[in-house]
Design a protein around this ligand. Structure first.
Ligand code: SAM
Length: 268
């Protein structure tokens, strides 16, 4: 295999020549080639001097270049060849970690900025929720972003919307055409801003909440009573609210109330 150190400048600005298309696909390597979009993403993060910034999947450095003017940038890249080239390019200006965001312990961070590998957006997002940070500007597949920000009453409001809402406020910022990438993905993308905050309800037990959310949205055409019966077959549900409704109209605080009632029944 050719060393990534030979002719890396040429290779850095084109698709990494040492990769099979299969490996590029596996790693979700659709690189941003539209510098206006890179700038809009970085500007949207509103990074103040001294804030600690994490970039996930810096790739060929389209965002890294702009983020590196902030002195506290850590970027984690799974592709070892790209990591080598990035280390050479940015030297001590950026701390490049060669690693997998799904295995790495994220240090305390203020801001996260990333054009995420789409096939693992969901596991990355939920892993990030277990760490400390205050806001994130992330690019997702458009369909995923729409489900993420969906509100009660919408056909696409579901498990992703409710679980994400537990941790963050979400706001769609702008759509990105597939022509902004090389190679081009099949679908458009969407940039979303996430801001950490406490939810507007209190939970008695997070595990029960997760189970209830999964249960009521897995069979979203069924009444809530029938969904809950499948997941918690031994509970007497007669005195619970919302049993004859469908999940898609319940707000997160109502789902939290349902989860708390179920947790109390489990304790009896
Ligand atoms: N940020 C660059 C850009 O906008 O052009 C690249 C974005 S590309 C959609 C996703 C990047 O994430 C690729 O560089 C890929 O190698 C990297 N990647 C994929 N899976 C990863 C993982 N589990 N941990 C860290 N980086 C990963």
């Amino acid at each position: 295999m050719t060393s990534p150190l030979q002719g890396e400048d040429r290779r850095f600005d084109s698709a990494p020549a040492h990769h099979s298309r299969r490996k590029q696909k596996m790693l979700g390597q659709n690189f941003l080639i539209d510098s206006n979009i890179s700038k809009r993403i970085v500007d949207s993060a509103e990074i103040s001097e001294g804030e600690k910034v994490l970039e996930i999947g810096p790739g060929r450095g389209a965002l890294t270049e702009l983020l590196s003017s902030n002195g506290n940038l850590i970027a984690i890249e799974k592709d070892k060849w790209l990591a080598v080239v990035l280390k050479q390019k940015f030297k001590e200006k950026v701390q490049i970690i060669e690693g997998d965001i799904l295995k790495w312990d994220v240090p305390p961070i203020d801001v996260i900025v990333a054009n995420l590998p789409y096939s693992i957006s969901s596991p990355i997002l939920f892993r990030l929720f277990s760490y400390e940070w205050t806001r994130a500007v992330l690019m997702f597949q458009e369909e995923f972003a729409n489900r993420l920000v969906a509100k009660p009453g919408s056909k696409i409001y579901g498990r992703l919307s409710v679980m994400a809402n537990h941790f963050v406020d979400t706001k769609k910022l702008f759509k990105v055409s597939k022509t902004a990438f090389q190679p081009q993905p099949k679908i458009h993308s969407q940039v979303v801003k996430l801001v950490r905050r406490e939810p507007d309800y209190k939970l008695d037990d997070f595990d029960t909440f997760e189970k209830v959310v999964k249960s009521i949205f897995t069979h979203r055409r069924k009444k809530i009573r029938n969904c809950i019966k499948l997941t918690f077959p031994n509970l007497d549900l007669d005195n619970l609210n919302y049993m004859d409704l469908r999940a898609e109209i319940l707000t997160p605080p109502e789902i939290a109330e349902l989860s708390n009632s179920i947790f109390q029944l489990k304790l009896k």
